[in-house]
Ligand binder design. Sequence first.
Ligand SMILES: CC(C)(COP(=O)(O)OP(=O)(O)OC[C@H]1O[C@@H](n2cnc3c(N)ncnc32)[C@H](O)[C@@H]1OP(=O)(O)O)[C@@H](O)C(=O)NCCC(=O)NCCS
Length: 178
Amino acid sequence: MKTIPLKDGQTVLLRESIKSDASELVDYLQKIGSESDFLTFGPGELSVSVSDEEAILEESYTAKNKIMLLALIGNKVIGCLHFTGGVRARTRHTGEFGVSLLKNYWDQGIGTTMVRELIQWAKDSSVIRKLNLRVRSDNDRAIFVYEKLGFIQEGLITREFCISGQFFDCIYMGLSID
Ligand SMILES: CC(C)(COP(=O)(O)OP(=O)(O)OC[C@H]1O[C@@H](n2cnc3c(N)ncnc32)[C@H](O)[C@@H]1OP(=O)(O)O)[C@@H](O)C(=O)NCCC(=O)NCCS
């Protein structure tokens, strides 16, 4: 658990999610689709029910190679980071994550702190040995954050996104945990 003071006097709480966060998280996911074209879903495209989300949160909380981190102001979710490790013995040490914040809260250090928390969790996990992500190649802010924290560009995948008929490439990035 960690707190981040904002310039406007509010305090953001970072913590691992629990099952009862499902409803607030579903509300959050409905909002962010319309706030950025850097995510894999747009406005109205993500329809997760509260009970589906409860199952995801329970699984993330229980599994040793999964985590859902939330950024909260009061009980309102303003950001989330979800890391999922592999299912099989040969891939359970590695996995991919996605991170997002409501636009009002960008550029205040919250995303950096969330990814830092993920790295620390991975180091403490004794299971995770590699963190991976995919990022749109024109998402300069996110790439800046990942590189600042030691992630390395490992490859380019073309035509990963198609938005209104336009293709966008993605970069694979990764961080070894030793
Ligand atoms: C990407 C995201 C999670 C980053 O979180 P954040 O809290 O906004 O980022 P931070 O404030 O911690 O750090 C942003 C840094 O990028 C810098 N930055 C901002 N715009 C930038 C740009 N266009 N190019 C390069 N750097 C930029 C900021 O100055 C800041 O630098 P600093 O750490 O030296 O102060 C958040 O902006 C977000 O949710 N974006 C939309 C969804 C998204 O893109 N998710 C990632 C998908 S892979």
